[in-house]
Design a protein around this ligand. Sequence first.
Ligand SMILES: [Zn+2]
Length: 267
Amino acid sequence: MSEIEIVDVHTTISERYIRDPALFTPEKLSDIFSECRHKIRLSSTDARIEAGEIPVESVKQLAEAIRPHRQITGWIAVNPHFLEQGLEAIELAVKTHGMKCVGEMIQYMENWETDEYKVLPFVKLSGDLGVPISFHAGAWSHVEGVIHLAESFPRTNFIMAHFGGRAWNTAWRLLKDSGIRNIWGEINLKEPTNKKILADSQERISAIIDALGIERVVFGTDSCVEDAKYNYGNWLLDTLESMKLSDRDIERICGLNAREVMGLDPL
Ligand SMILES: [Zn+2]
């Protein structure tokens, strides 16, 4: 399994590199990935909290920062309170810069409801352009909101970031047997340093598979790319290898599903 490709659908590029892309060299990225026992690709957005308020500028700066890195695909930060600029940013990012995802739609920071009217144009445009839209889902109300949107916009693909967080049981219960085909559930993990952590991760991963099917499980870390070594992929492999999964299922969870929903070729 050493050559397996992991796709992390949920990362940010640090403000330092967004502001000064010359610092973000291929050597720097190689160092960050130096402990990975797998191939790795990231879907990354601008880490700045204000990115969604200046989305066009953010897309241009992010594109510049990630341009030397085949292993990084751009992810467009938008804020529903800045509608026109956000729609323009998505068009620019997808059509000109080949970015592959919109989000994370972070309602807790930006003070709107998951499925309120302000977000609808972003959901529709994501579907029209064929890129998934990621929604923060850390509580049951977020889970319900994402499901409501997914049912209302069947042509848009949704990534349910965190798969409900502590409300993962709710997400599992609401999605299981729902017949919904356009939600992908994101696995978040802790380092499996003891049996309790490992068992918790196994239970959550099994719930996501049971709720959505093996084809719609993706991996995300909510991590910021700056200097720290990237070890999350090793944690994922350790966890998946401890479960009774086929090699094909492991490949799906690690990266194949993410590549399919974002339309990425293998590295
Ligand atoms: Zn989140």
